[in-house]
Design a protein. Structure first.
Length: 314
């Protein structure tokens, strides 16, 4: 494990295996040391315990040779995971209170703090190369990450956050509420939620609207012309869209997404710029209501002479 004296770690390293840097580490891409957050007693609770982020925190001693070997691997992992997992470092010789709080008895020791509420730290039990650290963290992300929100396209801000700022977003255009009712629409949204959870590691954006509500967007993406529901994968940074041609079932969409990820579907180039979305009214979760018809009951009360007068005028 990591929680053994530095001298013992150096001794076991000589028996084989990759070390965290140095000549035996090799192959890891160079990271930016600034991506590793230097933690102190005064900021630890605020930065780590009170944050919603997932953290890996290394407790080290400046004189520890193995800690020095780990440093470039730790920086490389921090750069690779930036924006998804935060990596920190605590000088345990300066902040012995933190080391004592988490039972640190050797260097380096790495502790894992999950995303969300943090009741206690867990021991890191992965490898010591940057690739090992990244792979370990990504498994945790996949296990405990919250599924993405399936957002209704209510305005251009939603589109920007889910589609312009992410590499791929899944755009669904559902039928009008009068065609499906609340039950039918919720079934479609539940299908999207299930797939969002399955592919949460991919960090896709997930958005939906209904037929005609964002007609300019539909025109730009060329989606919905063959009927509804319709679905497409959009990579706006590459000006490309891939259209799902199958049914709106979990299995069918899952197969489509597998093809998208594997690059087995040729994308179409967007022939029109994506317009700014208009502000829409959020769905209230209820069945649709037919528009009220005009009331022509007054005609029944018209006197026959009035009708004769009308005929005369004509």
């Amino acid at each position: 494990t990591w929680a053994v004296p530095c001298e013992a770690v150096v001794s076991t390293q000589s028996t084989g295996g990759k070390s965290g840097g140095g000549s035996s580490g090799g192959g890891s891409k160079k990271g930016n040391p600034a991506d590793v957050v230097e933690l102190t007693s005064s900021i630890f609770d605020k930065e780590v315990l009170n944050s919603k982020d997932m953290w890996l925190v290394e407790f080290y001693a400046p004189w520890c040779g193995h800690c020095k070997k780990l440093a470039p691997e730790w920086a490389s992992a921090a750069s690779t995971l930036k924006g998804r997992v935060k990596l920190g470092a605590v000088d345990a010789t300066q902040f012995a209170d933190l080391a004592g709080r988490y039972g640190v008895r050797g260097y380096p020791t790495i502790k894992y703090f999950p995303a969300g509420a943090k009741l206690d730290a867990e021991e890191y039990d992965g490898g010591r190369t940057a690739d090992d650290i990244v792979a370990w963290a990504e498994v945790k992300l996949e296990q405990f990450a919250e599924p993405p929100e399936i957002r209704e396209l209510l305005n251009d801000e939603v589109f920007a956050e889910e589609c312009r700022e992410k590499s791929i977003c899944i755009v669904s255009i559902l039928p009008d509420i009068l065609d499906t009712g609340a039950k039918g629409r919720n079934e479609y949204i539940d299908t999207l939620k299930s797939l969002g959870d399955k592919y949460k590691k991919r960090k896709f954006g997930w958005v939906w609207s209904f037929a005609g509500e964002q007609d300019k967007l539909q025109e730009s993406l060329e989606i919905g012309g063959a009927g509804y529901p319709a679905l497409a994968a959009l990579n706006i940074k590459k000006n490309a869209v891939l259209h799902h041609r199958g049914g709106f079932s979990k299995d069918s969409i899952n197969e489509f997404l597998q093809y998208v990820i594997a690059g087995r579907i040729a994308p179409s180039v967007l022939r029109k710029d994506v317009p700014k979305l208009r502000k829409a009214t959020p769905w209230d979760g209820l069945d649709g209501q037919m528009p009220e018809e005009e009331d022509y009951s007054d005609l029944d009360d018209m006197e026959l002479e009035d009708l004769d007068a009308v005929k005369t005028e004509l």
